[in-house]
Design a protein around this ligand. Structure first.
Ligand code: NAD
Length: 350
């Protein structure tokens, strides 16, 4: 029997996670669901956003699903005890090095995109963003004083062969279950780390994945192609920095922030970390207005990638599609359903 650890967190986190609980009760009654404090609410109760025992509980579970963390009330907490610090520590402790970010257009929402419906209708891209390396973690980094009175800020972009290979492997494996095509995005024209990225992906492809179609693309061209003709893409693998930016841009092609799930995975035998990409939305927290679909679709990803229940994941995706086809809309999608009513709409289609 599998265990899902829910970390509802702050703001709308508990509201959307409550709907995940209801969906799970209807869809996967055998799944054991545990819940633990996390984020700002954990800081208030226990003086830290992530207790050691919660970290250990996460590592011992089969999957972890987070709601959201943060809010203005914790803006002045010490940096290492801020809610966001708990998130980075958890990612590191779980060694989840590949961030999967789907940009998937539900047919019923094609009109809500900033692009013409014909450009996004049928869109289904999966980003694989390297998550624990690159310029966000590279050393040295800092801000130093120069002799002439100026300051100098610097970061280090760095990747090793194995860091690139493991992200690439996730992308090629995913592509095999999809349209069998990988674009690898870097800046090999101007960056040494980009050149290594391209070489390593080329070698990995020739050695282990010759059956998958591979195209190299410069990250800036990738940005242009995403808004020009996004349906040419299937899986895009890229580093931490470019992945951060490109996956955000691609995700917004498909509509509201309230619709977007994500997964962070590492070793296939270890638990993955699943979360909606939205934040704690303090402006609507506690009002029952939040769209729970990003959290529910994060659960769909957990079923597929960590809990090894692809049929249940398919059924959940179909139920969300049907609810949207039938016109179910929360306020962010231009409708007037509340959080629990959107949960009802999904559950009634399971
Ligand atoms: P946000 O995502 O919380 O909200 C941005 C806007 O989108 C708001 O108007 C909000 O009402 C709306 N929105 C977000 N999710 C929605 C949903 N499910 N349904 C309907 N509307 C939704 O971003 P923000 O306001 O910049 O940040 C608020 C707090 O969340 C900050 O403390 C920030 O640090 C934190 N944050 C946390 C995460 C995370 O937990 N991974 C991610 C982003 C921001």
């Amino acid at each position: 029997m599998s265990t899902l650890l829910l970390l509802p967190g702050d703001g709308i986190g508990p509201e959307v996670c409550a709907q995940v609980r209801r969906v799970a009760a209807a869809l996967t009654p055998d799944l054991t669901i545990e819940e633990a404090p996390y984020g700002g609410s954990s800081y208030d109760a226990h003086g830290t956003p992530l207790l050691d025992e919660v970290r250990d509980q996460a590592i011992a579970s089969d999957a972890v699903l987070m709601g959201a963390v943060g809010g203005p009330q914790w803006a002045n907490a010490p940096r290492h005890l801020r809610p966001e610090a708990g998130l980075l520590n958890l990612r590191k402790a779980m060694n989840v090095y590949a961030n999967l970010r789907p940009a998937y257009c539900f047919e019923a929402l094609a009109g809500a995109s900033s692009l013409k419906p014909e450009l996004v209708s049928g869109l289904d891209i999966m980003f694989v963003r390297e998550l624990v390396g690159g310029v966000y973690f590279g050393q040295p980094r800092g801000i130093e004083d120069l002799a002439d009175g100026q300051k100098r800020g610097f970061d280090t972009q760095t990747y090793t062969t194995s860091e690139i290979e493991r992200a690439g492997r996730v992308a090629f494996e995913l592509a095999r279950g999809r349209k069998n095509k990988v674009h690898s995005a870097e800046k090999s024209n101007v960056m040494e780390s980009g050149l290594l990225w391209k070489q390593v992906i080329t070698d990995l492809h020739a050695r282990e994945y010759p059956d998958v179609e591979l195209e190299h693309i410069l990250a800036d061209n990738c940005a242009m192609q995403l808004v020009r003709a996004p349906k040419q893409f299937d899986v895009i693998v890229t580093d931490n920095l470019f992945g951060d930016i490109l996956s955000d841009a691609a995700a917004m092609l498909t509509g509201s922030l309230g619709m977007l799930p994500s997964a962070a995975i590492g070793d296939p035998e270890k638990p993955g970390l699943y979360e909606p990409i939205h934040g704690s939305a303090p402006d609507i927290a506690g009002k029952g207005l939040a769209n729970p679909l990003a959290a529910i679709l994060s659960f769909e990803m957990a079923l597929r990638w960590s809990l090894k229940q692809p049929e249940a994941a398919d059924a959940l995706l179909a139920a969300v599609k049907k609810a949207l086809d039938d016109g179910a809309r929360t306020r962010d999608l231009g409708g007037n359903l509340g959080t629990a009513e959107m949960g009802d709409a999904v559950i009634s289609n399971l």
